[in-house]
Design a protein around this ligand. Sequence first.
Ligand code: ADP
Ligand code: MG
Length: 387
Amino acid sequence: MNTQELVALCKEEFNAAFGENPQKIVLSPGRINIIGEHIDYNHGFVLPAAIDKYVCFAISKNDTKDCHIISLDLNDEYQFNIHDKIEPITKNWVNYFLGVFSQVQDKIDSGFDIVFSSTVPIGAGLSSSAALECGFLFGLNHFFDLDLNKEQIAKMGQKAEHTFAGVNCGIMDQFASVFGKENHVIFLDCDTLDYQYAPADFGDYTLLLLNTNVKHNLQTSEYNNRRKECEAGIALIQNKHPEVKNFREATMEMVEDLKEEMGDVVYRRSKFVVGEISRIQELVKSLEKNDFENVGKLMTATHYGLSRDYEVSCDELDFLVDNVLLEEGVLGARVMGGGFGGCTINLLKKTEVENVIEKLSKAYQEKFGISLTPYQVSVSEGTHFYA
Ligand code: ADP
Ligand code: MG
């Protein structure tokens, strides 16, 4: 489904449910990340971009105190009153809305109606959850004159995820969804939130996503564990080197030096983080020089770090990366997003895309009995109103 069709569907279903056209349409994108995985919560840098896959909200303010949200994709709906006590509930998807709503409840003076649907695959590492949080808040911001800037929207989206979805995520996903710019990647300093746009230009090469269509349910618990393991790692480093403020200022020598005290797990997590922070800085320089071969090499190094040291990969992802790298014209590949399933991101020659999709789909089907879903995405604009 393309974006026009997605918008038309939401409008039509809004009409069917509420008997009139929606006052606004919000599009909120998913994101890719070239490099810098599990780094946003470790005070490093990341290199994400918004993509042309969106959560679409058809939304109107109404003149009651009731809020009515219809999820087309899950064929479900939820209603609440603006004066209700807002707490997390057992319906997962609703929590993303409630987590946002609870932060602005005191400024909401009327109900609203929403019909939403999405082309961001759910739980595939393209950050459908951030698109949901940020798109909804973007809509509320307009209708209720909340006067929130983009950074506030991103931060409040993140807070909703922490408090209502139970995922202790960093800021990257929400930041990318809100700040995305057509044909540009965002070089984001996750510590200061300073950012720069760089052209998303890979010359004769392009990015291809391959969705494993698996999501192992370790994702949330292991994500939160990784945060704790990293906190333990940096605490040991700071113990010996009090001048080190965070992982960005740590060196590989410091990590090696503390290998025994850290123990195997914390040592390997710390090694990945320090390595990844230096890889991303090298990758940005390679991108400036159009050295795509090195960009690819660094992406692949990230994958093996994530797989062996950070341990957030899985058989399906490793299989795709190992096998795609055997194909002609493929410069690099890695798991993207939280891990344990979802997509790989691959840098390859434009002319090889069809060949790679065909070969990998066949091999993946034979090995796991699951079909692979490829996405050729364009880098697009952040959360916005559909004109
Ligand atoms: P990701 O952000 O990588 O896609 P998450 O597990 O963080 O995966 O978020 C997925 C959750 O977000 C879903 O389980 C659901 O609760 C909610 N969600 C995302 N997209 C939709 C959608 N189109 N309709 C309803 N809920 C959605
Ligand atoms: Mg998410």
